[in-house]
Design a protein around this ligand. Structure first.
Ligand code: HEC
Length: 181
C-alpha cells in the first residue's frame, strides 16, 4: 500500500487514465479551434472545401455568368461585358460584388447589379481573383483577409455604388500602391 491508500498497480492505471483523458481533451480542443478558425465567414456557394482560388473562383463565377455571360462578354441589353471593363480593380470588385452597382448608364440594361452581401469573404476573394485573372490578365491572388479589410471599411452600406464613387476609389488606391489594383 502507498501512502495515498491505492495499491501501486491501481495508481499506475489511474495516472495512465488521466494522461489519456488529458490528451483527448487537448486534441479535441486543438482540432476545434483550427476547424472553427478556418471556417468561412458568411455564405459559401462552394461549400468552403475548395482551396485553389482559381478553381473556386470559377465555381463562384457561376453566379455572375447568368448576366455577364460565361466568357464575360456580357449580353446585349442585359448586362455589360466584364472583359475589358475599367472597374476590375480589387477594391472596386469587392465593393461592387457586396453592395451592387448603379451606373449613370444603368437604363441600358434590363438586369440590375444587385450585389451579394451575404457571400463569404473566401468566395468573394476567389471570384475576384478569377475575374481579374480571366478578364484583366492579373496574376494576383486576392485573400479573404484583404476582402475582410475592405468589408470593414464599407461598413453597413446598403445602396449600390455609383460610377463616381468607384472611379474615385480606384484613383485613390492607385495612388497608394503602384500598379493597377
Ligand atoms: C442579375 C444580373 C447580374 C449578376 C448576377 C451580376 N451582375 Fe454584374 N452587372 C450587372 C449589370 C446590369 C451591370 C451594369 C450596372 C449598371 O451599369 O448600372 C453590372 C455591372 C458589373 C460590373 C461593372 C462593369 C462595367 O464596366 O460597367 C462588374 C465588374 C460586375 N458587374 C461584376 C459582377 C460579378 C463579379 C458578379 C458575380 C459575383 C456579377 N457582376 C453578377 C448585372 C449582374
Amino acid at each position: 500500500m502507498t501512502s495515498d491508500g491505492l495499491a501501486p498497480r491501481q495508481s499506475q492505471w489511474f495516472v495512465i487514465g488521466l494522461v489519456v483523458a488529458l490528451v483527448a481533451v487537448v486534441g479535441f480542443g486543438t482540432w476545434f479551434v483550427i476547424h472553427e478558425g478556418s471556417r468561412d465567414r458568411g455564405a459559401s456557394v462552394t461549400g468552403g472545401s475548395i482551396t485553389d482560388p482559381l478553381v473556386r473562383g470559377e465555381r463562384v463565377y457561376g453566379l455572375c455568368a447568368n448576366c455577364h455571360g460565361v466568357e464575360g462578354g456580357g449580353q446585349i441589353g442585359r448586362a455589360p461585358a466584364l472583359l475589358g471593363s475599367p472597374l476590375l480593380g480589387v477594391e472596386n470588385l469587392v465593393r461592387l460584388i457586396r453592395h451592387g452597382y448603379r451606373s449613370d448608364r444603368s437604363s441600358k440594361w434590363i438586369e440590375r447589379m444587385a450585389g451579394a452581401p451575404a457571400l463569404g469573404d473566401h468566395d468573394v476573394a476567389a471570384v475576384v481573383t478569377w475575374v481579374r485573372a480571366r478578364f484583366a490578365g492579373s496574376e494576383e491572388v486576392v485573400t479573404a483577409e484583404e476582402v475582410a479589410v475592405i468589408r470593414a471599411a464599407t461598413g453597413r452600406r446598403m445602396q449600390p455604388w455609383t460610377t463616381a464613387e468607384l472611379v474615385a476609389r480606384q484613383a485613390a488606391s492607385e495612388e497608394k500602391k503602384t500598379g493597377p489594383r
